[in-house]
Design a protein. Structure first.
Length: 303
């Protein structure tokens, strides 16, 4: 069931919480403003901090359909907006020739031969209301597509030469994410409200684990969060673990019936938390044991 947009920042935060997303007030504020002003929201941050999840949560919480455009190098209009079903068109032409009919020349460029890709799907009306359009990892595309996207977001319309212009009756809720592998042009950023999604602090990450991995005991969850937070302080790692990796590691440890972290459990499961061999080699063994000992001292100090 479609739900009305929140009327306050607190209501926005509650809406996210109902969908099991633990947001800080700054994120709840920018999302509230994005919805109320009808502006796209541009989310930047490291991989695994929950940017994509925000769009999924918005769709679920508001009862809207989620339309996802996963970006990649070489993404073009035929993959992002529409293309013609050439196989069906050729079949129609041959059938028309067999019937000795000339009507196929115009009929083949009708909507029934149109393959609708995510951007076009998001502009179409729906009984569920405007869609949530997730344009994921925009930084993976090239500049020409970025320029094309700027046109689409300007008027929420696309032109199909053979049919005409398709304009959204009600603009979709647009969430754009970037891992910042390259800078996105200011022209597109100016059209959006911006938010940097950072790694969560200790308390918020612990709350996330209580929701996403409730099977883990309180002691294990606190050890995991403290260990991961310590790793993030070490900027010598090639790729710092994100929230997604924290959740995966917790679930992996509970699958192994680990009730409390020890050096052996850490060494055996680092491949769930860290994704590069150089990082694993750097942490495994003595370094992991030292971090774990420090974590134990800190947890003992706070009781």
């Amino acid at each position: 069931m479609t739900r009305a947009l929140p009327d306050s920042i607190d209501e926005m935060a509650s809406l996210l919480g109902e969908a099991d997303y633990v947001a800080d007030r700054s994120l709840a504020t920018i999302l509230f403003l994005s919805l109320r002003m009808g502006r796209p929201i541009f989310l930047e941050g490291e991989a695994g901090v929950g940017k994509t999840e925000i769009a999924k949560v918005l769709a679920a919480a508001l009862g809207r359909r989620l339309v996802r455009l996963q970006c990649y190098e070489g993404l073009d209009v035929s993959s992002a907006v529409y293309e013609w079903n050439y196989a069906r068109q050729m079949l129609e032409i041959r059938l028309a020739e067999a019937r000795d009919s000339s009507s196929a020349e115009t009929d083949i460029f009708s909507e029934r031969f149109l393959i609708k890709r995510p951007l076009l799907q998001a502009l179409e009306p729906s009984a569920e209301g405007p869609a949530v359009l997730l344009i994921d990892e925009l930084d993976r595309t090239d500049e020409p597509f970025e320029a094309f996207l700027l046109e689409v977001l300007a008027d929420y319309q696309v032109t199909i030469p053979e049919i005409g212009t398709v304009t959204a009756e009600h603009p979709p809720i647009v969430v754009i994410t970037s891992n910042r592998t390259r800078e996105i042009h200011d022209a597109l950023k100016r059209r959006c409200l911006y938010h940097w999604v950072d790694y969560p602090d200790t308390q918020r990450e612990l709350e996330i684990l209580r929701i996403k991995a409730p099977e883990a005991g309180e002691r294990l969850s606190r050890q995991i969060v403290a260990f991961v937070q310590a790793l993030r302080e070490d900027r010598n790692l090639f790729k710092l673990p994100g929230v997604a990796e924290t959740i995966d590691w917790t679930k992996a440890l509970t699958q192994l019936d680990v009730l409390s972290l020890d050096p052996a459990a850490v060494d055996d499961t680092l491949g769930v938390l860290l994704k590069y061999q150089d990082d694993i080699a750097k942490v495994q063994g003595t370094e992991a044991a030292e971090i774990l000992a420090r974590v134990e001292r800190e947890l003992a100090a706070v009781g």
